[in-house]
Ligand binder design. Structure first.
Ligand code: NI
Length: 161
């Protein structure tokens, strides 16, 4: 799968709920994980490959790859934490983003089985980042305006060069 990057309008659209978790979905999940590994990322959402469906995959060091279909974030901690993020759709850009420290999430896996997780640390971070992709939100949207403008100017300069 090809990863689309900042500027592509699809990254700004809301993804649709998946009505039927079938064998096609399992094969799509497998392709997403493969694409994630190729990109050396830790999370990848459907819209990032132009698939406007509510699915994302994550693979955090020390864990197995995980598939989230139709996820809901049930709870986010009031306590927040600042951590540096990047995104396969915004190559070579990293910035500190403030997010909830802990989240409780419910979703279905590629076999159609429901599960819920309560996580913190990098896992909570990546789940919030990927969930945002399903809503058409990018991590740079969560920065202060001056910071975001600085990053956008830098990207534009690089694209012109
Ligand atoms: Ni991303």
């Amino acid at each position: 799968m090809d990863i689309i990057t900042l500027g592509n309008e699809l990254l700004r659209q809301k993804a649709e709920r998946i009505k039927d978790i079938n064998a096609d979905m399992a094969s799509i999940a497998k392709d997403l994980i493969e694409t994630l590994h190729q990109g050396k990322g830790i999370g990848l959402a459907g819209p990032q490959v132009g698939l406007m469906k509510r699915i994302f995959v994550i693979h955090v060091e020390g864990d197995v790859p995980r598939v989230f279909i139709n996820p809901s974030i049930l709870e986010t901690s009031q306590e927040t934490i600042k951590y540096e993020e990047g995104c396969l759709s915004i190559p070579n850009v990293w910035a500190d983003v403030i997010r909830s420290r802990n989240v409780r999430v419910q979703a279905w896996n590629e076999k159609g089985r429901p599960f819920s997780l309560e996580v913190e640390g990098i896992m909570a971070r990546v789940i919030q980042h990927e969930y945002d992709h399903l809503e058409g939100i990018l991590f740079i949207d969560r920065l202060s305006e001056p910071k975001r403008n600085k990053i956008l100017a830098k990207i534009e300069k690089k694209q012109r060069a």
